[in-house]
Write a protein that binds this ligand. Structure first.
Ligand code: MTE
Ligand code: HPA
Ligand code: MOS
Length: 758
């Protein structure tokens, strides 16, 4: 099968793909602007909207008292009001919404709202929040063996604190939603969300109307990266409330500046750890406490903390291990899902530790990783058995592709000969667990219609956000029905066609929706066998058994008699005349998942994705600037549904992480005002930041555990590869200053500080 087909590619390239804010304004549509809180933590004394309401062109100013249901948008933990009534919890928290004929009027009116408040002491530091026991839920723990006694017996020990910082999602399409009132108090929401079900459910509670009165439709997102899994809900609620109260269409579309200020980001983590190891660098004991800086409301912080805990071992088997985690409430915008969902933060800690051990014992960074790696049959700290572990093959492919030993010698020679410029190598393996760790989310549905001309419409609960889920779903249906992809339309995600859809997240989009679509398509194919046999008999006077029919290349034929075929379109028309159903619903749930939170034990993942990366950098020790010379990636992927899309996902994810760990520097002032809310002060990687050599090797594998048609998820695992650059930079800094420490992110300032440290 050819894989080059990409359903959105030409639309994106020609600028024809449409996003919510591209749709023409509707008659009577109101535009929303918000009064955002000027402070991070305060008691509201009064909010006077009279002048704003009277401003010409303003239709209505909406606040907490306009809410017809509950002023509550928390989903799992109910701790987040749409509009705070008493306490402001973060700077740029929306306090009131102005609805006006156009955005300029709304903006002018916002300035007329009079807010008076009494400032409270904010907390931004997770260590401080932790010491005040500001947690959303009690401490979580995963434990295996006896870490205290193993630490006391270990020949060597190291102890430390490792931090990683936040990250702005920087999706191209800012948060948006258009709400349209329908007859009989129903509402249509075009929402830029990864989760139609969550939007429907939360809006239903907010307005106090049943879910079937709220229709959510997501045509496509201009990027999300986790930033619309939960964080889109508040803006959908705003639009829905406005439309419900005013009976007019309402559009919410944040500017980049507003979006950067008001929305939560990747969780910064602080981890306190102690590790025990022997003189070959084998880790026998690991005790880690992870603190997630969750921001003002719980959002997805507990699940993110949990995934960080599940990935604290990365690829290493550590016999005695204790992983404790606390998600801490601070006065920042609620931090939220971001590609990797905590896993990169957990993995970063153990990898930093391995680097330190390798340096202390003068061991090769790949050798020490191999020595500690899982072997098939060993158990992860939460009890899941490791099977089909590909780590040895991956490391050997990486060593070959990068000519590692030669490269290592070259780097050493270069560093001996140069003092201003230093080179470094960094290694970054990954084992990434696939499934929502909230087991109930691992289910999904699809609805397929075959129209009488043989063209096909596929709906799933999956959301297209650039990962090209739609193409992957089309690939699946195309294989089952034996028709080309261009005969298939993958529709918007719409609650009327597919309800109760889990968020498109946890990299499970193609596994869950692909499987649901496969099941629906198989049902249709099975129904087509009888009319196909009948038509073949009529047409060629052939006696054929239904079982031997092959659906391939837009035709149907008996396996023993391929020259006697029907076109798919001809068969469909006949099937319609014969009154055969030409639609089907498919339902899929991921098998064999369970997790006992109290015991910290179970099988949370359907399978793991494995891979590794190697980066080479050159650091200018005078300027603190670097160039990324080479990045090699070896990624194990089962039987890819679409290697070109996967290649895009792998490189995109790795470069996104490269940004996180070397460039993207979130800055707040002492009062919690975000001062890097602009692309001019917040640098994300651009095309010129790509490495001079970028080689991605996708290792096909026959995994029994993999998902639809033997494929594996690709969305998030490759993010982690970018951390190879951090460790390469740390190696370069240490080539100049052997005892240096490098702080995260490795910006030029951090690199210069590292060069001068100790
Ligand atoms: N790729 C693009 N282009 N845009 C995105 O927003 N989100 C990532 C990843 N790849 C994202 C992306 C995240 S966070 C996830 S969880 C997965 O895609 C979700 O889609 P999937 O499960 O279909 O891979
Ligand atoms: N990943 C992404 N989103 C989620 C998860 C997860 O593991 N659990 C709940 N929401
Ligand atoms: Mo992805 S962070 O699970 O949306």
């Amino acid at each position: 099968m050819k894989h080059s087909h990409h359903l959105s590619g030409s639309l994106h390239l020609t600028g024809k793909s449409r996003f919510i804010a591209d749709d023409a304004p509707l008659q009577g549509m109101l535009h929303a602007k918000f009064l955002f809180s000027p402070v991070a933590h305060a008691e509201i004394i009064s909010l006077d909207v009279r002048a704003a309401s009277a401003f010409p062109g303003v239709y209505k100013v909406i606040g907490a008292t306009d809410i017809t249901g509950e002023n509550q948008i928390g989903h799992i933990i109910k701790d987040e009001p749409l509009f705070p009534e008493k306490t402001i919890m973060y700077a740029w928290q929306p306090l009131a919404m102005v609805l006006a004929e156009d955005e300029q009027v709304a903006e002018a009116a916002v300035k007329l709202i009079k807010l008076s408040y009494k400032e409270l002491k904010p907390i931004f530091d997770p260590l401080e929040a932790d010491s005040c026991e500001e947690w959303y839920v009690p401490e979580r723990k995963i434990e295996s063996g006896d870490v205290v006694s193993a630490l006391s017996k270990a020949p060597y020990k190291l102890k430390g604190i490792t931090s990683s910082s936040g990250q702005e999602h920087f999706y191209m399409e800012a948060q948006s939603c258009r709400a349209i009132p329908f007859e009989d108090n129903r509402i249509m929401l075009y929402s830029a969300t990864q989760s139609t079900m969550e939007v429907q459910e939360v809006v239903s509670h907010l307005l106090g109307i049943p879910a079937h009165d709220i229709i959510v439709d997501v045509p496509r997102l201009g990027g999300a990266f986790g930033g619309k899994e939960r964080a889109a809900t508040i803006w959908a609620c705003m639009a829905a409330l406005g439309a419900y109260v005013c009976k007019r269409p309402v559009q919410v579309y944040l500017s980049r500046h507003e979006d950067m200020h008001a929305t939560g980001k990747r969780h910064p983590f602080v981890s306190l750890w102690e590790v025990g190891f022997d003189d070959e660098g084998r880790i026998s004991a690991y005790d880690i406490q992870l603190l997630a800086n969750g921001g003002a409301y719980s959002d997805l912080s507990v699940a993110i903390l949990e995934r960080a805990m599940f990935h604290s071992d990365n690829i290493y088997h550590i016999p005695d291990i204790r992983i404790r985690g606390r998600a801490c409430r601070t006065n920042l915008p609620p931090n939220t899902a971001f590609r990797g969902f905590g896993a990169p933060q957990g993995i970063f800690v153990i990898e930093s530790i391995l680097e330190d051990i390798a340096r202390q014992l003068n061991l090769d960074p790949i050798a020490i990783r191999n020595a500690n790696a899982y072997k098939n049959g060993s158990l992860a700290p939460y009890g899941q058995e490791i099977v089909e572990c590909q780590i040895p093959e991956i490391f050997s492919a990486l060593v070959n592709n990068a000519e590692y030993h030669k490269l290592k010698a070259e780097v050493a020679d270069f560093n001996l000969a140069n003092s201003r410029f230093k080179r470094g190598l960094g290694i970054m393996p990954v084992k990434f667990g696939i499934s929502f760790t909230t087991a109930l989310l691992n289910q999904g549905s699809a609805l397929i219609w075959v129209y009488i001309d043989g063209s096909v419409s596929v709906s799933t609960g999956g959301v297209e956000m650039g990962q090209e889920l739609s193409t992957k779903v089309a690939v699946v249906v195309s294989r089952v029905l034996g028709i080309p992809i261009d005969k298939i339309r993958v529709e918007s995600s719409n609650t009327q066609r597919v309800g109760n859809a889990s968020p498109t997240a946890a990299s499970t989009g193609s596994d869950i929706n692909g499987n649901a679509a496969r099941i629906a398509a198989e049902k249709i194919r099975e129904c087509l066998r009888e009319p196909a046999a009948k038509l073949l008999e009529q047409k060629y006077n052939l006696a054929v058994s239904q079982e031997e029919l092959v659906f391939s290349q837009a035709t149907v034929y008996p396996v023993t008699n391929p020259e006697h075929s029907l076109s798919f379109a001809e068969l469909i028309r006949f099937a319609y005349v014969e009154r055969i159903p030409l639609a089907a619903y498919g339902y899929y749930r991921t098998p064999d998942l369970w997790f006992d939170r109290d015991k910290g034990n179970g099988r949370p993942f359907h399978y793991y994705v494995y891979g590794a990366a190697l980066a080479e950098v050159e650091l200018d020790c005078l300027l603190g600037e670097h160039s990324l010379r080479k990045l090699f990636i070896v990624h194990e992927n089962g039987q890819s549904l679409h290697p070109d899309i996967d290649l895009g996902q792998i490189t995109g994810a790795a470069i996104q992480c490269y940004g996180w760990c070397t460039m993207e520097d979130l800055q707040w002032d002492a009062k919690g005002n975000y001062i890097s809310a602009n692309p001019s002060t917040y640098k994300i990687p651009g095309i010129r930041d790509l490495p001079e050599v970028l080689k991605v090797d996708i290792l096909a594998s026959l995994s029994k555990e993999a998902s639809v048609f033997g494929s594996k998820a690709t969305g998030e695992p490759p993010f982690v590869y970018g951390l190879a650059v951090f460790f390469a930079l740390q190696a370069a800094v240490r080539a100049a200053n052997p005892d240096a420490t490098l702080s995260f992110p490795a910006t030029p300032e951090a690199l210069l500080k590292g060069l001068k440290s100790v």
